[in-house]
Design a protein around this ligand. Structure first.
Ligand SMILES: [Zn+2]
Ligand SMILES: [Zn+2]
Length: 351
């Protein structure tokens, strides 16, 4: 099969490698679309601690094209549209047994990160991938592969929103209007909240207003904290999602949170500089500070259902679709600070 192999950061070449063979409880998935994540961009720039060679891409969708002998034939069949749970958790530890499989410590020791004996990575930038049948989610034919490539980002955002318990009529502040920020805007809106977006780029603020934000703030030209307080009757937002990688904004996120509210550190911080938090204030405001990482088994399921059932359409966040033979152009587009999700399309399959 063909795969986009990164020999070292910044160097990706279409390479012929053996097509993986599914074990008896696995299927072979023919990948049709694969999103480029911020994480792939950082990897390309050399900002990640991975081993090389590597095949990136963890936001993929495809169809079953081969089934292992033990795969349940009542549930799965060749030609079925699927996405897969991408976190290779152990299913054995405390976290896995208590519904926190998305933070299973074993995951960071898998070949998704380091593979000294071969190719590391999630493998989504390739024509085929194997997956355990138990990791599959069945998708409806009417949902395009391009849309389904956003399942993983949506699952991450649903995990974030579920942790915050957004309710009808709540004030929600989203900091940052990139793809993940905008998904928070759209999904918090869907959940019945009044959504405020803080974002310096005007085009993004305008887009947010179209996608469900009720109010927008330009943090470069206004005092964002004062503005949020003004919009919320002096209280602050009940839930704040920080979707930016800027450490200083984490403090702002906390300051914008209402008493007894929740602030979710959704993004990882780059550079991850420690920030000084006034914990005395947390004592008296009872603000909950938490994080959200990855999608869970459940939020992947939820992400697929809202697209299968026509409740949610991520199309406005698809910036461009590139043929995967044009990876460098696609990556250049994904690297631009003003773009949303870039999706690679794989069409020319023949093992
Ligand atoms: Zn991602
Ligand atoms: Zn585990």
């Amino acid at each position: 099969m063909k795969a986009l192999v990164m020999s070292e950061p910044g160097h990706v070449k279409m390479t012929e490698i053996p097509t993986p063979v599914p074990k008896e409880d696995e299927v072979l998935v023919k990948i049709h679309a694969s999103g480029i994540c911020v994480n792939d961009v950082r990897d390309f720039k050399g900002d990640c601690n991975f081993s090389y060679p590597r095949i990136g891409g963890h936001e993929y969708a495809g169809e079953i094209c081969e089934m292992g002998s033990a795969v349940n034939k009542d549930r799965f069949h060749v030609g079925q549209k699927v996405v897969t749970y991408i976190i290779d958790n152990c299913n054995e530890c405390y976290y896995c047994k208590n519904g926190y499989e998305n933070v299973c410590p074993d995951f960071s020791h898998t070949t998704a990160y380091q593979n000294p004996d071969g190719i590391s990575g999630f493998g989504g930038f390739a024509q085929y991938i194997t997956a355990k049948a138990s990791d599959l989610y069945i998708c409806e034919d009417h949902v395009s592969y391009e849309k389904l490539a956003l399942t993983e980002p949506i699952a991450c955002v649903l995990n974030s929103i579920n942790k915050s318990n957004v309710e009808f009529g709540d004030d929600v502040l989203v900091i940052g209007g990139g793809t993940m920020g905008m998904l928070h805007v759209m999904l918090a809106h869907l959940r019945g909240a009044r959504v405020i977006l803080s974002e310096p780029m005007k085009e993004r603020r305008d887009k947010a207003l179209e996608l469900g934000a009720n109010d927008v703030i330009d943090p470069m030209n206004t005092d964002a904290v004062a503005e949020v307080k003004k919009l919320t009757g002096g209280m602050g937002a009940k839930v704040v999602f920080d979707t930016t990688a800027v450490p200083a904004l984490a403090l702002q996120a906390i300051e914008c949170t209402a008493k007894c509210g929740t602030v979710v550190m959704f993004s990882s911080l780059h550079p991850n500089k420690p920030v000084e938090v006034n914990l005395g204030a947390i004592h008296s405001t009872q603000v909950n500070i938490t994080g959200a990482q990855n999608g869970s088994v459940k939020t992947f399921w939820q992400a697929v259902q809202i697209m299968n059932k026509g409740v949610f359409d991520p199309t406005p966040l698809i910036e461009a679709v590139y043929d995967y033979n044009d990876f460098d152009e696609a990556m250049a587009c994904a690297m631009r600070p003003d773009t949303y999700k870039v999706v690679l399309k794989m069409e020319d399959h023949d093992k």
